[in-house]
Design a protein around this ligand. Structure first.
Ligand SMILES: CC(C)(COP(=O)(O)OP(=O)(O)OC[C@H]1O[C@@H](n2cnc3c(N)ncnc32)[C@H](O)[C@@H]1OP(=O)(O)O)[C@@H](O)C(=O)NCCC(=O)NCCS
Length: 132
């Protein structure tokens, strides 16, 4: 789904979501941060989204995305819009996400953002892929 269609479809969030880049953040948990944005919903800080470069499976470096919404901001449909906006803004040709089977909200919001199943890692977590 394109970002425009997604913004139209996610009724509660609509276009009230903004990402503000924090370019000074260079590392997250020891991994190189390619991008970091604060997420705002109705002008209130809602959480963060970041893309790190990782090679956890021993292969070439791969960009992995994470969205972390503050508890009161979860369940409003913000996640999928933040995933899609961040992927588009990153200008990367492909972005990956790692998700536990039990994290239904994450799986659903990744799918809504256009991620498709790609592979599994050694821990059995699903790897999903978004591409331009
Ligand atoms: C995971 C996260 C990013 C999802 O964003 P969100 O805006 O809260 O998600 P949404 O409101 O769009 O919900 C997504 C879907 O999951 C569903 N869902 C949520 N929790 C669920 C549960 N426990 N069981 C079944 N479905 C659930 C919602 O009903 C929604 O379904 P719909 O699209 O069919 O309406 C956000 O909740 C979050 O930051 N969680 C904590 C950190 C985290 O786990 N990050 C993921 C790491 S990549």
């Amino acid at each position: 789904m394109t970002l425009k269609k997604l913004q139209k479809k996610s009724a509660p969030a609509k276009n009230n979501i903004a990402l503000k880049s924090a370019a000074s953040i260079k590392k997250i948990d020891g991994q190189k941060a390619l991008n970091f944005w604060h997420i705002f919903y109705n002008r209130k800080r809602a959480g963060k989204v970041y893309i790190v470069e990782t090679n956890s499976d021993g292969s070439a470096s791969t960009p992995f995305i994470t969205v972390m919404l503050n508890k009161p901001m979860q369940g409003k449909g913000i996640g999928s819009v933040a995933f899609a906006m961040a992927c588009t803004l990153s200008r990367l040709p492909a972005v990956y996400a790692m998700v536990r089977k039990s994290n239904i909200a994450s799986q659903k919001s990744l799918e809504k953002a256009g991620f498709v199943p790609y592979s599994k890692n050694k821990a059995g977590q699903d790897i999903l892929r978004w591409s331009k």
